[in-house]
Design a protein around this ligand. Sequence first.
Ligand SMILES: Nc1ncnc2c1ncn2[C@@H]1O[C@H](COP(=O)(O)OP(=O)(O)OP(=O)(O)O)[C@@H](O)[C@H]1O
Length: 347
Amino acid sequence: MIDLRGITQIYPGPQGPVEALRGIDLRILPGEVFGIIGRSGAGKSSLVRVINLLNRPTQGEVIVAGHDLAQLNEARLREARRDIGMVFQHFNLLSSRTVFDNVALPLELAGMAKNAIRQRVQPLLELVGLTALADRYPAQISGGQKQRVGIARALANRPKVLLSDEATSALDPETTRSILDLLRQVNKELGLTVVLITHQMQVIKQIADRVAVIDAGRIVEQGRVIEVFTRPQQPITKRLIDEIVPQDLPASVLDHVRQLKNQVQEGAGQLLRLSYAGERAYQPILSRLIREHELDLSILHGQVDEIQEQTFGSLAVYVSGQEGHLARAIAQLRTEGVLVEEVKTEG
Ligand SMILES: Nc1ncnc2c1ncn2[C@@H]1O[C@H](COP(=O)(O)OP(=O)(O)OP(=O)(O)O)[C@@H](O)[C@H]1O
């Protein structure tokens, strides 16, 4: 649905050119919810502006719904942009227009007749749960409701892609959840491709199917969200995920393990981090391990959570037993699809 090929974006700056995007290749499939996450200054806004060609990339191709946007003339580009709905962080509603008229605006601009507009807008207001507030003005509704208007307006031209640029960043956690649920609903019911730009892993965790991490103008990691959460590769990804799955153990846990290591008289003890997802979460993997390999095991830290109805876990465990037993147990865990990493307690 979206194909970005070799995108670079260079801005002129007082201290010389700023390379905001440095060779981005990205393919977003029809019907998926795709998250793009990065820290401030990573290049997220530049990337969104390239996807709808508000910015012309310095180099590269932008193909959306089959159109090579950079090749289109102004009139064709305006038409192609109707395939791309956009939702903004600060809603961008017109304060002098009612809820209904804000949603109707893109249709008026497209020259649609009044009657047809009414028939298009009413079901949209119903979809976003705002039928009762149709005659209110933006100043008379809450932030979450404003964003619902923003979503209905973005859907008015029946786009194929919905671009959400930090759409929940100005909202409290509960409202954020309800807006993300709405985006998910729209994705499922209308089969719309949704691209979310965000700096919050929580947003990715709640609704994205796949995620790309952008850092200093490059995509440094991408994959299915559950994979990226359980097996982050890049330091920046680990830092972003840390908000949800802490990557480092607290000092008190490490202290405790050092004491345990001193107490173990014979055999060996190791601090391990176990990460797993999906069906494995329901298997009695640990209890079987303890029985079969005569190990002792203490769960010291961790969490079990859910992404897209799939359970995933990350546990720090201290395992002790005879040396050979421990090595066999670790090998067995790995064959069962558990990611096993040894955690160093020194230094
Ligand atoms: N119009 C511009 N002229 C010059 N430099 C720019 C311009 N827009 C962005 N930049 C620079 O490009 C880089 C990427 O900026 P961009 O706004 O795309 O990042 P971002 O990830 O969206 O950040 P934030 O989350 O803070 O909005 C930054 O170094 C920024 O200073």
